[in-house]
Design a binder for this molecule. Structure first.
Ligand SMILES: *[C@@H]1O[C@H](CO)[C@@H](O)[C@H](O)[C@H]1NC(C)=O
Ligand SMILES: *[C@@H]1O[C@H](CO)[C@@H](O)[C@H](O)[C@H]1NC(C)=O
Length: 174
């Protein structure tokens, strides 16, 4: 009798474990359904926050804040947004904020149109756009520095930002 009770208890625990595993799988599916979206924040300035942003450091996608970046890793972003109006000349602007300091980060390609992967400039109003910038951060930043990267796209014909967002990162040296 005692053995039976014990067995029943063990079985109950085991099935609870199975149920938990099933729940965990659901969470995993939920994450992949979100297509590995990175946590982004609105900018203070008044402009569009892109609907979908993916952030990769090396080949690791970032899904939670802060996004970890190891020294020397190439950073890729995929920024999907809807063109708010006709756009012909687009220039990216990337700044890194560390505490109260801010400095520009060079995106090798100053013409954002060249890094749009699904269509070509000029863009028409309401067109879905997938922009894929790649860049490196300066390597002289101390280990464990927490920073925020702010990316915006400037419409050079009006000098207005098309979109803007920021992403929190932690820089690691090893
Ligand atoms: C962004 O758009 C591209 C091209 O349409 C698409 O392949 C990709 O899955 C989109 N990314 C996200 C995160 O939805
Ligand atoms: C945009 O800014 C540039 C330089 O800051 C200036 O030369 C140009 O005239 C401006 N264009 C418009 C449409 O305001």
């Amino acid at each position: 009798m005692k053995t039976l009770v014990l067995l029943t208890a063990l079985f109950a625990c085991a099935s609870a474990g199975i149920i938990k595993t099933v729940l965990d799988l659901d969470e995993v599916n939920a994450v992949s359904n979100q297509r590995l979206l990175a946590p982004v924040e609105k900018c203070e300035q008044d402009c569009l926050t892109p609907a979908e942003v993916q952030f990769y450091s090396g080949n690791r996608p970032c899904r939670e804040s802060p996004c970890e970046i190891y020294t020397g890793e190439k950073i890729n972003m995929i920024v999907n947004f809807t063109a708010p109006n006709y756009l012909e000349n687009l220039e990216p602007k990337l700044d890194m904020h560390i505490s109260i300091l801010s400095f520009p980060v060079d995106i090798g390609e100053p013409n954002a149109c060249h890094q749009i992967t699904n269509t070509m400039c000029p863009l028409v109003k309401d067109e879905p756009v997938s922009y894929k910038p790649e860049f490196y951060l300066p390597s002289l930043i101390p280990d464990k520095t927490v920073a925020s990267l702010q990316l915006s796209l400037l419409d050079k014909d009006t000098n207005k930002s098309v979109f803007c967002f920021s992403i929190d990162v932690q820089l690691l040296s090893n």
